[in-house]
Ligand binder design. Sequence first.
Ligand SMILES: Cc1cc2nc3c(=O)[nH]c(=O)nc-3n(C[C@H](O)[C@H](O)[C@H](O)COP(=O)(O)OP(=O)(O)OC[C@H]3O[C@@H](n4cnc5c(N)ncnc54)[C@H](O)[C@@H]3O)c2cc1C
Length: 632
Amino acid sequence: MKYSANSVWENKDKYDVIVIGAGHAGCEAGLAAARLGLKTIMFTVSINSVALMPCNPNIGGTSKGHLVREIDALGGEMGKVIDKTFIQSKMLNKSKGPAVHSLRAQADKAQYSKTMRCVLENQENLELKQAEVTDILVEDGKVIGVQTYSGAIYHCKAVVLCTGTYLKSRCIYGEISNETGPDGLQAANYLTDCLKNLGIEMYRFKTGTPARIDKNSIDFSKMEEQFGDEKVVPFSFTTNPEDVQIEQASCWLTYTNEKTHHIIRENLDRSPLFSGMIEGTGPRYCPSIEDKVVKFADKDRHQVFIEPEGLDTNEMYIGGMSSSLPEDVQYEMYRSVPGLENARIMRNAYAIEYDCIDARQLYPTLEFKKIEGLYSGGQFNGSSGYEEAAAQGLIAGINAALKLLGKEQIVIDRSEGYIGVLIDDLVTKESHEPYRMMTSRAEYRLLLRQDNADQRLTKIGHKVGLISDERYEHLKLKEEQILREVERIKHTNVGANPKVQELLEKYGSTPLNSGITLAELIRRPELNYEALAPIDEKREVLSDEVIEQVNIYIKYEGYITRQMKQVEQFKKLETKRIPDDIDYDDVKSLRIEAVQKLKKYKPISIGQASRISGVSPADISVLLVYMEQWRR
Ligand SMILES: Cc1cc2nc3c(=O)[nH]c(=O)nc-3n(C[C@H](O)[C@H](O)[C@H](O)COP(=O)(O)OP(=O)(O)OC[C@H]3O[C@@H](n4cnc5c(N)ncnc54)[C@H](O)[C@@H]3O)c2cc1C
């Protein structure tokens, strides 16, 4: 951006880390760097939009709940804030196996933003500044600072880009297009050009949101009320479960119908999605209602979830009907849905286009390969979702800090966490649409459950310095209790006595002919640890968390052991580091395409190389032989 001479001013305050963005990614990045002792400043185009939820009013859901638990286990903030600001909570997929159990909490959006802002404003080493960053300053391939719209220069040693859906953003519905950010906020129109000049490849993505409707104009008698869980499980491992047993708000379920679909089909020519007005690529797994009606033409109805945006507002979020159709069509379309016949739209549905990057330009540490000290996280990396953003922001913030502290940066691998799957997929695999996390993406999902995120990641958070000794000791005690109890019930026998037979009959379980261990009983589908209490006098009082783990360890032991064997194989290739100065042109039998891809994406391990599209298993064998010869 061009500045007049007298507007350029150098801020004398020297910073260690500058975070551009106070969205879900920026908040985690800024807090992590500041909590690790680095002098940090966060920039946002509007301080009133800290941790804004411009779309769905909920945190978590299938696989996203896993991410929130992992963020908490590492020492991040999202889990704690949602435990303080949720208005309804549900453990999803409870009828299925523990690998897909996932928490989802409806948030009071305004309270969520306010609470996170309060955490930021009271965090030592952290400043919050409202200003648009227009340039990243780089010297000899290394970040040295940023410049803002006012011309002010802020010096630092690392920058974390978490610009979300704001870079050159454009909001579109029907023929209307506004160069604004979400919810009418200011767009950030200058940074993209600077990034392109620094040689960074940019993508143009899009996403969309539904209308918000006044609850006083909704007839809930035509809908199915959706309640939260009777017993709420908190997201954060530090939250006392008693503190989250609150009176909960309801959500509601209704459906589109043939009339809705007809209105949409009749107006597809006016849809910017189909008229070509929208250039950006949208998320396949978060389709607009227009997309759904076209792609699933055989379906006679689609679910519509009516969700409160908060307790102090009448705004209701119309989940499942995001759209960019013209305003007049939106009124017709929403009013065709049972219960919304008299809908008063408070905010129109719209689509938003924005600039982001091809994340294969990043190392798994989320540092740019081309520019030292430049990191990025969130929607800017091509993902979609609050949880995906927060997870990346946390890792980027931690690594920017660790680098400046001269410590080894962290890479969570695919066998350690959904965060590892998320980042590895983004920085290794080709993707031309916003990336949304799903349980099917995690090959080791039986080990990566939301219930054991602390056992997988808290030790890393402690090593990094974000988890206190006290919290880490608490975890170790919990792990000892789990292992001790699993051992005890594996070696505790009960006989075929009347008390045992009576209990088995009560649960419709096959009576015993001879003695058996408690563990063998727990493996029976109709029984679990809690059910055996009457015949197990020696057990000590354990927390629900520990009991949950004991049940899972015993019931899924076989599957867990098998998956751990697969992880051993995975780790062998994952820890086989590729030397930074390898010359792929020198590896004779590598195919041309593989050489091109390996030279461009510089994988750090054989494992990562094997996941790059265009690099075949045969290429990997050739590479392994070459590295072996080179090592000798
Ligand atoms: C209309 C809409 C619909 C969406 N629909 C979905 C959906 O259906 N499903 C889904 O999973 N996700 C959806 N999302 C995405 C979701 O909102 C994001 O995933 C999430 O907010 C990303 O968090 P983030 O921290 O990466 O970025 P954001 O929350 O966008 O925050 C970016 C931050 O960067 C700041 N910023 C940007 N540029 C600059 C600059 N140059 N200088 C200073 N500050 C700057 C902004 O002020 C803001 O604080 C939607 C988003 C929008 C806007």
